[in-house]
Design a protein around this ligand. Structure first.
Ligand SMILES: *Cc1c(COP(=O)(O)O)cnc(C)c1O
Length: 640
């Protein structure tokens, strides 16, 4: 309520008792304050308006009729609200309003809007007309590995221009250089404006570099005339006809965007195009990753550059997918561990500058060919590089200084020889000079961190003098960015924070990126006295329901998690492991979760339980849990 201190009129839903009570107190605090409350259930005399009934024309869980009719044009479902207004402009009059949403949150939001319009004294005729134009932007784009090295983006739930544009943008960001196929259904929209609508679609197709187009439905045929004559297109009257003809299209090495109105059941297409889904998946929330990037971006002064660390397959989340997303969101640099990781990113079409932390002399040629920039950390490595580059070949390099981590890096004694060689070889362009903090997240070692930064600043100067220019300086990793703004220098290197794990101070702000899921393969009733799993380690004390889930230590759920030391989430409840974790499976006790069924989803970590909990159980850190997730666990990328 403190937020509304300078507010005159407050619109509230009286159905949340605590909020309603706080609002009453707020209104009584000062004269002139007006409470404008509405309710679905409350007594009309205490309210400005009341929603008398909701009447749904369809529901998310059941498909709408193929032709939604004129009531809810283009949506196939909607809500009708019968509104009774007590004291305000409507006076006891009942109004029927149509909202193009059915989900609870959207309906409540819409009711707040109606209340606000009433409070503002807008004529009812006006707002019932405008409410119809609200567009649900509810969308969940899923990116999955498809057949023949294709990638599938599945958005089979809605089709309107706004969501098409979002999906195309997402597709282009993920495909970059590759071929992009669009499979699109009719837009189920009213007759008026159809021509302009499809003209806009044709324009969007041209702008987003679609390489071929498949239209399904009857209206969509009009696109044939809007596209260039030699543009590869195919049209089908319905989804079934397309599926029968699927073979002919020979999809391979393409990114396929499947986008259709619900009535066209495009999920059938997606299912046919997707690679067989292993039951165990790591869901990567790309929206959360971008959110986390921005949490850290906000901590930087304008002009400070951002390097995103995507080594070890993007900390297990997937390198190319994550890198392309980061490139789209304009980070300045990417960091990988090995040349091969950098080459993979180049082959996926990533064009950002890439720092390679562990270059090997054998990879110099590949580095140069792919414009990858090596870290140079010793005189030996520098001499190898000079032998490779000679006097003429220009190479971008980065100098690593050891300021106390004692891993890689030049030590102070190397400086005279280092600066001498750099003077003799101006073709080695030093892009940045950097060091690494060994305990940026540990307040107990802050004095050491300050000493590292001070040493870094001192060592940098003679290098810059020898070069005659000032390369960028950077030292801060995730912990350093959050805790030492004074050491951001010219660039920072963000790693684990991107993936949602950060220092205490930011934990509230970061979003969960990775969710590891398995499924229940079988459930058994086990009598007391029996045991579960290898070596009979799991004795059963009472009649028990034991579920076998599709994840084991080979997937990354290590044996330390067995014998009740960890519990997974089933139907929102924790189910402890029982017996030893096996290579591909684990048994969990679901006796207290009667709703659990074979085929149900199990969350190993995610929103709940957080990855830190599994890390603690495995006596390690989240970094290791993420990078231990086996390659055979499919990564599924999604974005709201
Ligand atoms: C991995 C790494 C980082 C990122 O560290 P986080 O703690 O994950 O932020 C930064 N710099 C270097 C040199 C690294 O190897």
């Amino acid at each position: 309520m403190r937020l509304f201190d300078s507010v005159n009129t407050l619109v509230v839903c009286a159905d949340h008792p605590e909020i309603a009570a706080a609002a009453q107190t707020w209104a009584a605090e000062k004269t002139g304050r007006q409470l404008f409350s509405w309710s679905k259930t409350g007594k009309p005399d205490s309210l400005e308006f009341r929603v008398l009934s909701f009447e749904s024309s369809g529901h998310h869980s059941t498909p709408p009729p193929p032709n939604p009719g004129p009531l809810f044009p283009g949506l196939g479902f909607g809500f009708r609200v019968l509104v009774e207004s007590g004291q305000h402009s409507l006076k006891t009059q009942n109004s029927k309003l149509t909202i193009p949403f059915t989900d609870e949150a959207s309906v409540e939001n819409a009711c707040h809007c109606i209340a606000a319009l009433l409070a503002l004294g807008i004529p009812v005729a006006e707002f019932s007309r405008r409410l119809k134009h609200l567009e649900p932007v509810e969308m969940r784009l899923e990116l999955k590995a498809g057949i023949n090295r294709c990638t599938i983006i599945n958005d089979a739930y809605s089709n309107d221009l706004a969501s098409l544009r979002i999906a195309l943008q997402f597709a282009r960001q993920q495909s970059r250089t590759g071929a992009l196929v669009l499979i699109l259904s009719d837009f189920l929209q009213s007759g008026a404006g159809k021509k302009q609508l499809y003209a806009a679609v044709a324009k969007a197709i041209a702008e987003h570099g679609i390489s071929r187009f498949i239209g399904i439905g009857s209206d969509i045929l009009v696109l044939r005339d809007s596209l260039p004559a030699d543009f590869p297109v195919a049209f089908y009257p319905d989804t079934g006809a397309f599926l029968q003809d699927l073979q002919r299209h020979d999809f391979h090495d393409e990114l396929i965007l499947v986008k259709g109105a619900r009535a066209f059941t495009f999920e059938r297409i997606a299912r046919r195009l997707e690679q067989k889904a292993h039951k165990t998946v790591l869901e990567v929330n790309l929206g959360a990753l971008v959110h986390n990037l921005n949490v850290y971006n906000r901590l930087l002064l304008p002009g400070t550059k951002m390097m995103a660390m995507v080594k070890a397959s993007g900390y297990g989340s997937g390198s190319a997918e994550v890198a392309k997303l980061l490139e789209f969101h304009q980070v300045d640099y990417l960091g990988v561990a090995y040349a091969d990781e950098g080459i993979e990113l180049r082959q996926a079409g990533v064009r950002l500058p890439i720092l390679v932390l562990n270059p090997e002399p054998a990879s110099f040629d590949a580095l140069a060919r792919h414009h990858l920039e090596p870290e140079v950390y010793s005189l030996t490595l520098l001499d190898e590089l000079i032998r490779f580059a000679g006097k003429n070949r220009e190479l971008a390099i980065h100098l690593k200084l050891d300021t106390g981590m004692h891993r890689l890096g030049f030590v102070p004694a190397d400086l005279p020889a280092l600066t001498e060689r750099l003077r003799l070889h101006p073709n080695l362009r030093v892009r940045t000079v950097f060091s690494h903090l060994s305990a940026s997240d540990a307040p107990a070692h802050d004095a050491f961190t300050h000493a590292q930064a001070a040493a870094f600043t001192v060592l940098y100067e003679p290098i810059a003098t020898a070069l005659g220019y000032r390369p960028l300086r950077h030292i801060a990793n995730t912990g350093g960015i959050a805790r030492f703004p004074e050491y951001h220098f010219d660039m920072v290197r963000l790693g684990i924070g991107l993936y949602g794990v950060g220092s205490e101070a930011l934990r509230e702000q970061l979003q969960v990126v990775n969710t590891l899921k398995a499924t229940i393969s079988q459930i058994k009733e086990i009598p007391p006295g029996d045991t579960v799993g290898y070596n009979r380690n799991g004795p059963v004390a009472r009649p028990s329901r034991i579920a076998t889930i599709s994840i084991g230590y080979a997937d990354g759920l290590l044996r330390l998690a067995g014998n009740g030391r960890y519990s997974v989430l089933v139907h929102g409840l924790r189910a402890p492991t029982i017996g030893n974790v096996c290579m591909d499976m684990t048994m969990v006790d679901v006796t207290h979760i009667p709703a659990a069924r074979e085929g149900d989803e199990v969350v190993v970590f995610g929103e709940q339980p957080p990855v830190q909990e599994l890390a603690a159980c495995l006596q390690t850190i989240a970094y290791e849990v993420f990078t231990n997730i086996a390659e055979r666990v499919k990564r599924v990328y999604w974005q709201e």
